[in-house]
Design a protein around this ligand. Structure first.
Ligand SMILES: Nc1ncnc2c1ncn2[C@@H]1O[C@@H]2COP(=O)(O)O[C@H]2[C@H]1O
Length: 463
């Protein structure tokens, strides 16, 4: 069900961006292309593996091996054998296919292949575990301007390099296994295409499926109910997940995850406290109801942090395949939908993949038609905005249009930074889709880029 929903969401996104004149033709072209991509990908994965004498994700179940093939999109593309290789020549065709003669799509429109380019762009990943310390409260006012008008000073993404495996004296819960064919030590994949699972997996059942006792279900409902990931699942998916979770008792001091190792499980904390270390530095602590270990499973990347039990813990572990099959398309959908946008916004380049993913979790979508006002000069500022597509003018009383904004631009931060009323009006000039972030999310999640935001604040000189 979640694969179906993800496909629908991606399709909806395309329709909203392209506004096709001939909807049925557009839909036919779109799904034909998707089908080709998926089939080409699986064929290429199989022949690549065969040519190397490798059996992809050996499994007793035909479903598992197909799912694993689907899950290894990033590797296919890395080797030139993935979906982009299969459809690479069609980028121009795609443009013809999706072009509507009635709609000016503007300079920033994208193609569905954007969702399927896992190799060359930084990933936006996430973490549910732990609270990051709120990175400073902001003081400032309203800032506008296109990215090209803003000076961006982006430090290197600290997650871009493969983390150094840590040598902890504690016993590891996870036995190191040989890395799978799709393991990506570069950490530079996109999650998008990987989530698209073939339809015929709908009768799929997790390998570890084991009916839980009523007492366990009760406990799990309590533990899992606190985790936002599960609130978004339909009851069938929730049942599958609950019955696939394995209980693990971890003693204080034990290492649950080692930075740099391969990801095998996603964890939910029922009881106890866990600590996260990146390059031996403690970065986070989290407790009951939180979860961790999703990054490596989403991106086929090495574990981004070492996780230690700070107290005795009871954890519930979900295997990689069930995680990918159920949670990726459901609970982590926002990360998929915002992946493309966030990884292409220059001011966010300094965020780690973990931070960028948490940002995606906090975003909401709003739409504005041409002529509609998004924010009004003098109003109280509640939200910060990224433009997903569309165009908008920034107007100031007495000065008329002072800037033009387009895809990837941001606005609304000055009121939040400086606790001032909106310093200008922003009006959509074409149909515009924005991703919005509330004040508290802005303060909590954009700390690492606040200096860049302040640097770009056009009203700084007025203070
Ligand atoms: N600051 C952080 N950076 C990276 N990972 C973190 C951080 N805080 C918590 N984590 C979690 O630690 C997990 C380690 O394994 P993963 O990389 O699979 O997923 C990671 C996140 O869920």
């Amino acid at each position: 069900m979640s694969a179906y929903q993800t496909e629908l969401d991606l399709f909806k996104n395309e329709v909203e961006q392209k506004l096709p004149g001939d909807f049925l033709q557009f839909a036919a072209n779109y799904f034909t292309k998707r089908l080709e991509q998926q089939r080409t990908f699986i064929r290429n994965q199989e022949s690549l593996a065969l040519s190397k004498g490798i059996v992809l994700f050996p499994s007793t179940s035909k479903h598992d091996s197909v799912a694993a093939s689907s899950a290894s999109l990033s590797h296919g593309a890395n080797t030139g054998a993935g979906v982009n290789a299969g459809l690479g020549a069609s980028a121009a065709d795609e443009d013809v296919l999706f072009k509507s003669p009635f709609v000016d799509r503007g300079p920033h429109s994208t193609h569905i292949v954007d969702h399927l380019e896992p190799t060359h762009a930084p990933s936006s990943v996430s973490g549910q575990a732990g609270r990051d310390d709120a990175p400073g409260l902001f003081k400032g006012n309203f800032n506008v301007g296109t990215e090209s008008q803003r000076k961006v000073n982006s430090p290197v993404d600290p997650m871009a390099a493969a983390p150094t495996p840590q040598q902890h004296p504690r016993r590891s819960v996870v036995n190191p296994k040989p890395l799978p064919i799709n393991f990506n030590a570069q950490r530079r994949t996109s999650v998008s295409g990987e989530t698209l699972q073939p339809d015929h997996l709908d009768d799929w059942k997790p390998e570890n499926f084991q009916e839980k006792t009523p007492e366990q279900v009760n406990r799990l409902e309590k533990a899992v109910g606190k985790n936002f990931l599960f609130n978004k699942l339909d009851s069938d998916s929730k049942k599958l997940v609950i019955n696939s979770l394995e209980e693990k008792s971890i003693a204080q001091g034990e290492e649950i995850i080692k930075q740099g190792s391969e990801g095998d499980y996603f964890y939910i904390v029922e009881d106890g406290t866990v600590e996260f270390y990146v390059n031996n530095q403690k970065v986070n602590t989290s407790g009951p109801g939180s979860s961790f270990g999703e990054l490596a499973l989403m991106y086929n990347s090495p574990r981004a942090a070492t996780v230690l039990a700070a107290t005795d813990c009871i954890l519930w572990a979900l295997d990689r395949l069930t995680f990918r099959r159920i949670l990726l398309g459901g609970s982590f959908k926002k990360r998929i939908l915002y992946d493309d946008l966030l990884k292409n916004i220059p001011i966010l380049k300094s965020l780690s993949t973990y931070d960028r993913a948490k940002l995606a979790d906090a975003l909401d979508t709003e739409y504005y038609e041409a002529g509609q006002t998004i924010i009004k000069e003098g109003d109280t500022g509640e939200n910060f905005y990224f433009i997903e597509y569309g165009e908008a003018d920034v107007l100031k009383k007495g000065k008329d249009v002072i800037a033009k904004l387009g895809k990837g631009d941001y606005f609304g931060e000055v009121a939040l930074l400086n606790d001032l009323p909106r310093q200008a009006t922003v009006t959509a000039t074409t149909r515009t889709k924005v991703a919005t972030l509330g004040k508290s999310g802005f303060q909590r999640l954009l700390g690492p880029v606040v200096d860049v935001l302040k640097l770009n604040d056009p009203t700084r000189s007025e203070h």
